[in-house]
Design a binder for this molecule. Structure first.
Ligand SMILES: Nc1ncnc2c1ncn2[C@@H]1O[C@H](COP(=O)(O)OP(=O)(O)OP(=O)(O)O)[C@@H](O)[C@H]1O
Ligand SMILES: [Mg+2]
Length: 261
């Protein structure tokens, strides 16, 4: 199959982007898909959550590949890719990425930089998932240009607000101007607590407000203590609590994503 690249994005912080990238990636690997996860957040949360607890000590990260594209330097595209024992590959990120925004802005074709690197390696994978930082800056825009679709995790703990409108506007702008084949993969409700009335209200609001124009996944990711604990352990929810409700939810999300084609 050809590779599908999905950016996991929401400029609102703490909506479960990193957890979704990681757990969906491993769920897809369990379906025998070849998966690359790309960390594009200078916080390096995805890198840390997969067990590389000190990303700043890594020699090659996505920042080096971005710099190599900007400078036209030869850097083997697979250099720095890490293999995780649960069957996925990771291109890590660290704080080096934080100081690169200006360099990217000054570069030629600044929105295409990540795409230029990714195009060289995506043939080795069925899915590439890009974990975006909580901004709408040049890095997420690079992720949208490099992607076939955007998956939007939305927290069930807050009613969706103007942030969602801004995000959809940015996606549509990239689609109009640079990447006409970009789609919204779907809106994913996360951090859902069944005991919380607001969570049900948020779900209804999202399905009513966006369900006509966009796919809202049937799968909903519940809030669970086990899921909050996994980033510190460096393994996925499938290794930590494989029969739990969060692992089950990500398995059904992976089925939905595969069915989406
Ligand atoms: N299903 C869950 N149940 C409980 N806690 C969760 C769950 N998913 C994620 N968390 C926790 O919620 C917090 C936010 O999750 P995560 O880091 O995935 O969000 P994010 O959108 O990537 O955040 P940021 O915007 O900072 O990048 C983290 O502390 C994470 O461990
Ligand atoms: Mg994150």
């Amino acid at each position: 199959m050809t590779c599908k690249t999905i950016a996991v994005a929401n400029q609102k912080g703490g909506t479960g982007k990193t957890a979704t990238t990681l757990s969906l990636g491993i769920a897809l690997a369990k379906l025998d898909k070849r998966v690359l996860l790309v960390d594009t957040d200078p916080q390096g949360d995805l890198t840390k959550s997969l067990g590389w607890s000190n990303p700043d000590s890594l020699e090659i990260t996505v920042a080096n590949h971005i710099q190599a594209v900007i400078d036209g330097i030869d850097l083997q595209a697979r250099e720095g890719i890490l293999s995780h024992k649960e069957g996925i590959d990771l291109m890590p990120a660290n704080i080096d990425l934080a100081s690169m925004e200006m360099g990217i802005f000054m570069a030629m074709s600044r929105e295409q930089i990540l795409n230029t690197w990714l195009s060289c390696i995506k043939d080795s994978y069925d899915y590439v998932l890009i974990d975006c930082a909580p901004t709408l800056g040049i890095l997420p825009v690079n992720a949208f240009v490099a992607s076939d679709s955007v998956l939007i995790p939305v927290s069930a703990e807050f009613l969706p607000a103007s942030a969602m409108t801004e995000l959809l506007k940015t996606i549509n702008r990239v689609k109009r101007q640079i990447n006409p084949s970009l789609d919204v993969e779907g809106i994913l409700i996360t951090l859902f607590d069944t005991r919380n009335n607001l969570a049900r209200e948020v779900e209804q609001t999202i399905r009513n407000q966006y369900g006509n124009a966009y796919r809202v996944f049937d799968s909903i990711i519940p809030r669970a203590v086990s899921a909050a604990e996994t980033p510190a352990v460096g393994v996925s929810i499938f290794a930590y609590d494989k029969r739990g409700k969060v692992a089950t939810a990500f398995t059904s999300l992976a089925d939905e994503v595969v069915c989406n084609g």
